[in-house]
Design a protein around this ligand. Sequence first.
Ligand SMILES: [Fe+2]
Ligand SMILES: [Fe+2]
Length: 219
Amino acid sequence: MSTSEQFVRELESEVQAAIARIGAASAAGAPAAGVSIAKLLEVALKNELEASEEAAAWMTSERDVEVKLALARQCGDEAKHYRLIEARLRALGVDVAAIDPLAGGPSPVYSLLRGLETTVERIAAGPFAREALAQVRNEVFIAYCRAEGDEETALLYEETIQPDEAHHHRLGRTLLVRLATDDAARASARAAALRTLELAEELQEIARLKKGIARAPGC
Ligand SMILES: [Fe+2]
Ligand SMILES: [Fe+2]
């Protein structure tokens, strides 16, 4: 096994431990009264838009063609998720024209990711860590939709959105093995991935305390 494969395996177990904790916290309480599935889908719109934009921004400054194309694929998938969620909201009777996903400005996670300068950090934090987190959050959300009797939303996530997020994570993992070639690259990749999850955990707790948001999907 190469040293970079070894590094990615170790980072993967750290990332999975953090994600398991975040997923358990997300599933620990029900959303507050008034926080409907539609409300959680509105939260998802912003996440999807930001994930798409961040991939696009990184793509333009990228010199590695494989990474460029991985980001292009992610950018398109997240835009597709936005449209699918929007259609689901419409079917739930929500006036989607009244939703402004840019309201409130960029999220702290978006700002953190946009500030990352190197390819290895971006891949570690975005596709590798954040997309793995998205899958776990989506699993929690799918179970909640089913428990609430919303099979349509559960299926949208299960059959269409989740396979894309899994693909983004796998692409990120493959690229990370190739990019994490020395100790400096590994240290910055690890720091970027863990910082992203730490921030996501803090924000999830704030959203729960301030807005009663729980079991929300990822991107
Ligand atoms: Fe997505
Ligand atoms: Fe995603």
